[in-house]
Design a protein around this ligand. Structure first.
Ligand code: FAD
Length: 315
């Protein structure tokens, strides 16, 4: 099939993001192979189009007015277990990866159980994690496509510059995650299964079940909160530092009295104040207004500048 036959036009992005908002993208390509990827970039270059890399769409806000460009939907879902390693395409979902790990008696991905639609590629870019563990702990190497040089390269874990919810892929948008090798640890199947169930149960009971993008803001370095207002810090936050050493953004938003606040079809979740939910007819404009309102309120009340974990996609 030629690239022109593979590319679809005027595709609604609502189906492709967990907030369920956004308009249509002019051109859309499901990228299954290296040839698809290179053809996609060539098509974009020939037609002077901007490209946007989409994984599971579980961490994005995309414009209601749509995107005039080419969305490359990374869907290479090759996966294989070899000894204590998983060889995974960037388009494999975390759920599929965790299930392969379980079947191979490998531990290290249990924390991801219950995260909807996220892919391995998106998770590496954002160094996703939960319950004290993250992608950085298990990534061994990452095969990338460097769209500036038009070539594939392999990065070691150190070269990925992982830090809390960040990596080199946030600094260099020309680096696209194509494949990865994760190094996990052999454990008893029932032990792995138990941890997966705990993660699922936690997410079911503590997180909202309406469409969302998970945590909207990253957690806060306690030193920053202390510098902003030492008296307030000692009174409100000193004893609330989590086991990973961060102050929960959800707690700060809750303390600012914003839990349950609505704007049109968008609401700050009553279950977890760092989750904004779409109650049905929410729009990305409302999400952006809400994000900006939360940031302003938290800044005014506590002098703390919240930073988005969600990505603005196509603006
Ligand atoms: C209910 C819910 C719970 C969540 N819980 C957690 C949690 O516990 N911990 C956590 O860390 N996150 C959580 N998330 C957020 C989200 O799932 C993660 O950030 C996830 O890793 C995003 O992956 P994705 O494939 O959906 O990326 P997308 O949302 O598709 O994209 C996010 C960004 O990554 C880029 N990207 C995507 N694929 C690639 C690639 N192959 N190469 C380079 N860049 C790429 C995109 O361009 C975009 O900028 C949650 C989300 C939801 C909806």
């Amino acid at each position: 099939m030629s690239i022109k036959e593979k590319i679809r036009e005027n595709i609604s992005l609502k189906e492709f993001n967990t907030f369920r908002v956004g308009g249509e993208v002019k051109y859309y390509l499901e990228v299954k192979s290296k040839d698809d990827l290179m053809d996609g970039f060539q098509f974009a270059q020939e037609n002077e189009l901007k490209t946007y890399i989409l994984g599971g769409g579980s961490n994005i806000v995309t414009p209601d007015s749509g995107i005039n460009g080419l969305v490359l939907h990374i869907s290479n879902d090759e996966k294989q277990a070899k000894g204590d390693r998983l060889d995974l395409g960037a388009g494999v979902s975390l759920a599929q990866a965790a299930s392969l790990a379980l079947n191979s008696s490998l531990s290290g991905l249990e924390w991801s159980s219950g995260i909807p639609r996220a892919t391995v590629g998106g998770a590496i870019r954002g160094n996703a994690g939960a319950f004290g563990t993250c992608m950085q702990d298990i990534v061994e190497t990452v095969e990338i496509y460097n769209s500036k040089r038009n070539e594939f390269e392999t990065l070691s874990k150190n070269m990925c510059l992982f830090s809390y919810r960040s990596s080199i892929f946030k600094q260099k948008p020309q680096f696209l995650v194509w494949k990865t090798i994760l190094k996990l640890e052999h454990k008893e199947k029932n032990e792995i299964e138990e941890k997966m169930e705990e993660s699922l149960e936690f997410r079911k009971t503590k997180y909202p079940q309406l469409p969302s993008a998970g945590s909207v803001f990253t957690n806060i370095d306690p030193e920053i909160a202390k510098q902003a207002n030492p008296i307030l810090f000692n009174r409100e936050f000193k004893d609330k530092i989590g086991r990973e050493g961060w102050l929960s953004a959800g707690l700060i938003i809750e303390k600012a009295g914003l839990k349950g606040k609505s704007m049109g079809g968008i609401k700050i979740s009553l279950e977890h104040a760092n989750h904004i939910v779409n109650t049905g007819k929410g729009t990305s404009e409302e999400i952006i207004m809400m994000i900006s309102y939360i940031k302003q309120q938290v800044r005014n009340k506590f002098g703390i500048q919240l930073v988005e974990e969600v990505t603005y996609f196509g603006f």
